[in-house]
Design a protein around this ligand. Structure first.
Ligand SMILES: [Zn+2]
Length: 128
């Protein structure tokens, strides 16, 4: 499925939360639910652990080699249940991203193309 098709479908089905205020607040809510699902994978299920510490990298390293030394601080793998929950929450978030774009008459495809080109141009030097 293409993003354009997904965005169109969101526009077709979004009736109840059509207001920009509903959409932006739902976006905030779905962002929190993703965060919560990750936290529950750690604290309730235990399928993953977070072992966070200062990113330690050798001195005089090339910027392009930096990613080899950067850690994600995740130990383990998501179990099926936690993965399903996180996928569901990310899907809900994407739904409201598409709804926001529709509401503001912005093209999700154009946004992705623009970002892709930015990443392509800046490569590993792109910082967010
Ligand atoms: Zn789990």
């Amino acid at each position: 499925m293409e993003l354009k098709e997904f965005t169109k479908k969101v526009d077709d089905v979004l009736i109840r939360h059509k207001s920009i205020l509903d959409i932006t607040s739902k976006l905030h809510e779905t962002d929190g639910k993703i965060n919560r699902a990750i936290a529950k994978a750690v604290t309730e299920c235990g399928c993953i652990k977070i072992n966070a510490f200062k990113q330690d990298m050798p001195e005089n390293i090339n910027y392009s080699d930096l990613s080899k030394y950067m850690k994600n601080h995740i130990e383990g793998r998501l179990c099926h249940t936690c993965e399903e929950k996180i996928v569901e929450e990310i899907g809900d978030h994407m739904f409201y991203i598409a709804a926001l774009c529709n509401n503001l008459e912005l093209s999700t495809d154009e946004i992705l193309k623009k970002k892709y080109n930015e990443i392509e141009t800046l490569g590993k030097f792109s910082l967010f």
